[in-house]
Design a protein around this ligand. Structure first.
Ligand code: SAH
Length: 222
């Protein structure tokens, strides 16, 4: 590929470095092989600044500009696993594209992925990266994810990568009534919980998946 970062520091992007990350995820209880394989094969260093590339395979969040971060691989794996539990996904919505890493992990595991980001330059860069990676089943939107993306609803699943104080109503409404599921962090900084909410007609069944730390979901666009 033309991006010089693909060749930067062979050591830090080596198969061994990536395998160490996968082992760490397994040690923490992640078991979905499709998800682990996807994380193993997707280069994470192309999603961060060159200066941070040497840290790309650490299991940590890293800055991507505009006060935002690329999600920690453990969290990406955990949310993707939670989303996939319950069968194959055809129509999926992601809120908070960021640098596009979570988008790129999820895209090949579903039929169609729609992603919404409020910060335009982040969205534009993510779009370019995914194109370079040959990912073609993603549609992008610059907008306020709190409103979901009604045009393509209902969704089999929605993944939200930023934390609202309360679950946005629009996201619940845009879930398929036949088992559509929403995975998202909820709560103020320092006290967030990850939830999976499954919709059966007008019933919403909530599961808590543990404490997490996300940037806030902010209304409006930038
Ligand atoms: N999963 C992303 C990380 C996302 S960080 C990755 O792997 O890079 C959370 C992202 O949510 C940020 O990019 C932030 O700008 C975005 N965001 C926050 N509020 C939003 C909203 N209301 N609508 C859409 N995106 C939002």
């Amino acid at each position: 590929m033309s991006d010089p970062r693909h060749n930067a520091g062979i050591g830090m992007t080596s198969a061994r470095t990536r395998e160490r990350l996968i082992q760490r995820l397994r040690d923490q209880g992640l078991a979905n092989l499709a998800v682990l394989d996807r994380i193993r094969n997707l280069p994470r260093h192309v999603f961060v600044d060159e200066a941070l590339a040497s840290r790309a395979y650490e299991d940590t969040a890293l800055p991507i500009g505009f006060g935002q971060t690329i999600s920690q691989p453990f969290i990406v794996a955990k949310m993707t696993e939670a989303l996939l539990l319950g069968g194959p996904l055809h129509n999926v919505l992601e809120i908070g594209t960021g640098c596009g890493y979570q988008t790129a992990v999820l895209a090949p595991l579903v039929t169609r992925l729609s992603t919404v980001e409020r910060v335009k330059p982040l969205l534009d860069r993510a779009k370019l990266r995914l194109k370079e990676l040959g990912i073609k089943n993603v549609r992008f939107r610059h907008g306020d994810g709190m409103q979901g993306w009604k045009a393509h609803a209902p969704y089999d699943a929605i993944l939200c990568a930023a934390a609202p104080l309360a679950v946005p109503k629009a996201l619940l409404e845009q879930l398929s009534p036949k088992g559509g599921r929403l995975v998202l962090p909820v709560g103020p900084e320092g006290a967030q919980e990850l939830y999976r909410i499954v919709r059966r007609d007008d019933h919403f069944i909530r599961d808590k998946l543990g404490g997490v730390s996300f940037v806030p979901l902010v209304a409006g666009t930038a």
